[in-house]
Design a protein around this ligand. Structure first.
Ligand SMILES: *[C@@H]1O[C@H](CO)[C@@H](O)[C@H](O)[C@H]1NC(C)=O
Ligand SMILES: *[C@@H]1O[C@H](CO)[C@@H](O)[C@H](O)[C@H]1NC(C)=O
Ligand SMILES: *[C@@H]1O[C@H](CO)[C@@H](O)[C@H](O)[C@H]1NC(C)=O
Ligand SMILES: *[C@@H]1O[C@H](CO)[C@@H](O)[C@H](O)[C@H]1NC(C)=O
Ligand SMILES: *[C@@H]1O[C@H](CO)[C@@H](O)[C@H](O)[C@H]1NC(C)=O
Ligand SMILES: *[C@@H]1O[C@H](CO)[C@@H](O)[C@H](O)[C@H]1NC(C)=O
Length: 467
């Protein structure tokens, strides 16, 4: 208690403005992220390395006594009065018994308590002392990073982009762009919007009818009902369309315009009902723009396109923005929208492995912070028919518990081939999961698979964009 009062007095006037996220605390030039979730040591470390919204961080580095004391005080307010301890980045090698910090710095200062026989260290909130807990024990945790160092080098995927921390943080208000090709049947568009869960989401709406020789402005609405009545007055209309299979879709202009608009909040996302391909190949500018705004682009795409030549660019755009590209029959759009991220729309895992022939790959691990139901979406290749696919199976396993699951697309045994994706809901406990994909394709082409898990709540979680 004495310690707390002493520190609280000292804390007055301490600024956190040096940290890119306003939620993080600065202590002597380092930034600290307090995570009010209880995970194992390994899961906590995995989160700090890969999923901290500010980019790469470490489990907390505690270089001196003042930092240890400040952390205990901040942890008390961040984790509540019932919380007892939190993981820091110190661990002991089980074989050599040597101590090391997660950030690789030498161990010069320590503040041991009386229970130090295990390998992973946590700090006690009541006295700022460091004790060990077991491999499978769960605790709150704190990440740390140096705000002056922009580190991307230690991340899993080589193409990982560090989020642009300049005032773009997810978790605030969102706008969804619902865009539909004028080449679609009007009934399909209306039915798909009605069957989506967008009517019950806390989002604003942007609506665009595209694939018109005279492009229309995007229309903005604050409620679902307004958006719905606008769509019903602007249904697809053949007499306004391109009438020409060689014309490319202008869907990329619409997406560009949406993210160009400075009123579009950070974390806004796109759902496109697509019928025609673009004729453009280069999407690098638009991918950069979507990523900078922490956006996500999803497609429901027709298996019978009405024109355009570049069938692959839209798939790549969704792959590179943590979205989903689901090809299906037009008449199945309204059921397929179930596994497009509309309700569960915060990616907690988005990996895009390249596969070929028959085989198995271990994918990067997935950290789940909160026990909940998550949307799993799986797209097995960028094109139909899928009669080259026998089976694709995704497994998630936790090494130390019974948290395990499986989702498969045994396409050959289903016997229909005009769709490329499927989805389900998975109930996942807070943990870190090993993810494995097993696949069996009859051809030797390289196919790109989209593996995505989405949360319905904006957790403090960053899924880096990758290729
Ligand atoms: C934690 O991670 C380390 C390094 O990756 C590994 O050696 C260890 O076996 C893991 N411990 C548990 C309990 O999974
Ligand atoms: C809807 O979102 C806004 C902005 O994020 C938030 O302030 C508001 O509390 C939310 N409303 C509900 C009912 O969740
Ligand atoms: C389709 O567009 C034409 C030309 O603008 C218009 O005359 C017609 O009423 C529209 N049809 C419907 C169903 O809106
Ligand atoms: C497209 O074709 C319809 C009917 O065939 C016609 O009414 C319309 O004027 C044509 N539109 C354009 C832009 O050529
Ligand atoms: C978006 O903004 C850029 C640069 O300001 C501009 O070049 C581009 O034409 C805009 N895109 C659209 C579709 O308006
Ligand atoms: C999980 O992955 C780690 C590292 O790749 C591995 O050592 C461990 O055996 C895996 N556990 C399971 C249950 O697959």
């Amino acid at each position: 208690m004495v310690l707390k009062l002493l520190i609280l007095t000292k804390l007055v006037g301490l600024s956190s403005s040096a940290c890119p996220s306003s939620k993080d605390q600065e202590i002597k030039g380092l930034c600290f992220t307090f995570m009010p979730y209880q995970l194992t040591y390994n899961a906590s470390r995995n989160y700090c390395h890969h999923n901290n919204p500010v980019g790469f961080s470490n489990l907390a580095y505690v270089p001196d006594k003042e930092t240890s004391n400040y952390l205990a005080v901040y942890a008390h307010s961040a984790f509540g009065s019932a919380a007892e301890n939190f993981w820091i980045g110190l661990s002991r090698d089980p074989v050599s018994k040597s101590l090391s910090w997660d950030n690789g710095f030498p161990v010069t200062y320590t503040n041991f308590g009386s229970h130090v026989g295990k390998n992973y260290f946590s700090e006690k909130i009541s006295n700022a002392k460091w004790d060990t807990l077991g491999d499978n024990d769960k605790s709150y945790f704190v990440c740390s990073y140096d705000p002056a160092v922009k580190s991307t080098t230690q991340s899993v995927t080589k193409t990982t982009t560090t989020p642009d921390s300049s005032n773009c943080q997810v978790g605030g208000p969102q706008t969804v762009l619902f865009a539909y090709s004028n080449d679609l049947n009007p009934f399909i568009v209306m039915d798909t919007l009605q069957r989506s869960s967008l009517d019950s989401q806390n989002v604003s709406f942007a609506i665009s009818r595209f694939d018109l020789p005279q492009p229309e402005d995007i229309a903005y609405f604050t409620t679902y009902n307004q958006a719905m009545s606008y769509v019903s007055l602007h249904k697809p209309n053949v007499s306004l369309g391109f009438n020409d299979t060689t014309r490319g879709s202008n869907v990329l202009d619409v997406i560009d315009m949406f993210y160009n608009n400075t009123q579009t909040p950070c974390g806004s996302f796109v759902i496109v009902l697509s019928k025609r391909y673009p004729n453009t190949l280069d999407i690098s500018n638009i991918v950069a723009k979507v990523r900078q705004r922490h956006g996500m682009v999803n497609f429901l795409a027709s298996n019978t396109p009405s024109g355009g030549t570049q069938s692959r660019v839209l798939y790549d755009l969704s792959s590179q923005t943590n979205g989903v590209y689901a090809i299906t029959r037009d008449t199945s759009f309204s059921s397929t929208i179930d596994y497009i991220p509309t309700r569960e729309r915060y990616p907690i895992y988005a990996v895009t492995p390249r596969v070929s022939g028959e085989g198995s790959q271990i994918l990067p691990p997935m950290t789940v912070l909160v026990h909940a139901s998550y949307l799993l979406s799986l797209s097995i290749q960028s094109h139909v028919p899928t009669n080259n696919v026998k089976d694709v199976e995704l497994y998630w396993r936790n090494p130390s518990s019974t948290n395990t699951g499986y989702f498969g697309m045994p396409v050959a045994s289903w016997g229909f081939f005009d769709f490329n994706s499927d989805g389900t809901h998975a109930n996942l406990a807070a943990d870190v999961y090993n993810i494995t994909i097993n696949y069996d394709y009859t051809n030797s082409d390289v196919e790109v698979v989209q593996v995505r898990f989405y949360s319905s709540s904006p957790t403090n979680y960053w899924m880096p964009y990758s290729d």
